[in-house]
Design a protein. Structure first.
Length: 97
């Protein structure tokens, strides 16, 4: 069974206070689901039409764990806190190994 990752690229942060509220709720929800932060911060350099915004990569033991974390009640509360505070693209992808 291969690992899976949440790959989130922020397009714009519209309300930093909503992002902070989201982070307070999301971190423990993700940890409870076995998620491990691999990358978290602004891009140091961008290429190919990328945006120099926040990028987050979270590793999970399996694809099922990654999907389960996103669908958990605890994470749903974090998303409610974020609301319209940021525009982002979150993808759940399977690892190669």
């Amino acid at each position: 069974m291969s690992k899976a990752y949440w790959v989130t690229a922020y397009r714009a942060i519209k309300d930093p206070s909503k992002l902070a509220a989201y982070a307070q709720l999301a971190a423990p929800a993700i940890a409870a689901a076995g998620g491990k932060f691999v990358v978290r911060g602004a891009a140091d350099e961008v290429r190919e039409q990328g945006l120099k915004e926040r990028v987050v990569v979270i590793e999970f033991a399996s694809f099922e764990a990654a999907v389960g974390a996103y669908e958990s009640d605890a994470y749903k509360k974090a998303l409610e806190a974020l609301s319209d505070g940021a525009e982002r693209d979150l993808r759940i992808v399977r690892g190669v190994e």
